[in-house]
Write a protein that binds this ligand. Structure first.
Ligand SMILES: [Zn+2]
Ligand SMILES: [Zn+2]
Length: 195
């Protein structure tokens, strides 16, 4: 596993800029991996890990980079809850660690690093230097993903009889005996309206 600084350089390159979120995300991911005893998440251990992320912000990119978990590999699970929190799951044991950034850390950053100019500089210094327990709350959790959610799942593809669109991974609902895609079964899920 690369050092914190090496990972931060890679995170910055992948994300497009350096920001407090890159530092926080790299710290969160490294802590999660350490707690799970996973040393090589993008190599030998790549099939062992999935990560749930509860926010789509800068730190999300850093967490994806360090863990190697990505949406396109089905190993990054996004839950849109607006929380700076992530759960790292060891698929071999089903054990996970959920890590939440503490609210206090922002105040601590402002107090401790008042000599630095601007919130961004204060946060970057704080997220780099403060101890894990000053930045994060950790919780051991168990996660049992449905097999159909996991990388490598080969479910039968079907065509929704209502919209005619193909659907993978067994994501249908039965309505009056018809197997419908989720947005035909529950139109309120749609993020679009037809023009
Ligand atoms: Zn950023
Ligand atoms: Zn449909």
């Amino acid at each position: 596993m690369e050092s914190f600084d090496e990972l931060l350089v890679k995170a910055e390159a992948a994300h497009g800029h350096m920001c407090p979120g890159q530092i926080l995300g790299v710290r969160m991911a490294l802590l999660g991996l350490e707690r799970l005893g996973i040393d090589d998440p993008r190599g030998a251990d790549r099939k062992r890990l999935i990560t749930y992320i509860e926010i789509d912000r800068c730190a999300t990119d850093a967490i994806g980079m360090v863990t190697g978990c990505r949406l396109g590999k089905r190993s990054l699970k996004f839950r849109d809850w607006g929380k700076m929190a992530a759960t790292f799951v060891d698929l071999e044991s089903g054990g996970g660690i959920r890590i939440v950034a503490l609210e206090d850390s922002r105040e601590l950053a402002e107090k401790r690093y008042a000599h630095l100019e601007g919130k961004k500089a204060q946060q970057m210094a704080a997220y780099r230097e403060l101890a894990d327990d000053q930045l994060f709350r950790e919780q051991r959790v168990r996660v049992a993903p449905n097999p159909s959610e996991l990388p490598g799942y080969r479910g039968q593809r079907f065509l929704c009889p209502r919209c005619g669109e193909g659907v993978n991974f067994g994501l249908f609902e039965e309505v009056n005996g018809d197997k419908l895609c989720l947005t035909c079964a529950r139109p309120q899920l749609r993020y679009w309206t037809a023009e």
